[in-house]
Design a protein around this ligand. Structure first.
Ligand code: FES
Length: 180
């Protein structure tokens, strides 16, 4: 490799590092630096991705590339992990984020039928957002209000004893709120 080429690579790498640090907040960059001191830094990848998702609301290609660069892990591995686990979102959440509890108490009281009704009414699968950006859907494991099962959380509001026949009215309520 010529000297000139070496210098170009070095500059490009420096620029990429600066960009990556600019994309992620300082707290996450510092967390990654701490993880890299671990003998198995890759074992911290899920924890890092959780921090990125908590900060941005989802994992964009840009933030995953930044994590890949800073953790020195191939970008393909990062996107593979992000797509494998249902709790990682690859698209921005909707204005109203719907979380359907599929924990045991909710499941035995019919939560799966509730989930299916939301899927049918909204035309999306869990992990997706409607094209108008209003609703996004995810499943969760126990929202901590088992006595109210089956439970659906929309935004910060818990809806108790939700049945499939209540789903259209719930969606209609939030769609009307968006227009108000
Ligand atoms: S199992 Fe659904 S709230 Fe606990």
């Amino acid at each position: 490799m010529s000297k000139k080429t070496e210098q170009m690579c070095c500059c490009q790498e420096m620029s990429c590092k600066v960009d990556s640090q600019g994309i992620l907040p300082d707290s996450i960059v510092r967390f990654i630096e701490t993880c890299k001191k671990n003998p198995e830094p890759q074992s911290q990848l899920i924890a890092v991705l959780h921090q990125v998702q908590d900060h941005f609301g989802y994992l964009s290609p840009k933030t995953m590339d930044a994590v890949a660069y800073l953790m020195e892990i191939p970008a393909a591995k990062i996107s593979g992990v992000a797509s494998f686990y249902h709790y990682f979102r690859l698209v921005p959440a909707g204005k109203f984020h719907i979380s359907i509890c599929l924990g045991t108490a909710c499941y035995v009281k019919g939560a799966e039928a509730v989930l299916n009704k939301f899927r049918e009414e909204l035309g999306i699968e869990h992990g997706e957002t409607t094209t108008d950006g209003l609703f996004s859907l995810e499943v969760s494991r126990c929202l901590g209000t088992c006595a109210l099962a089956p439970v659906v959380k929309i935004g910060e509001t818990i809806h108790a004893q939700v049945t499939p026949d209540k789903v259209p009215a719930l969606i209609g309520h939030y769609a009307a709120l968006a227009k108000a």
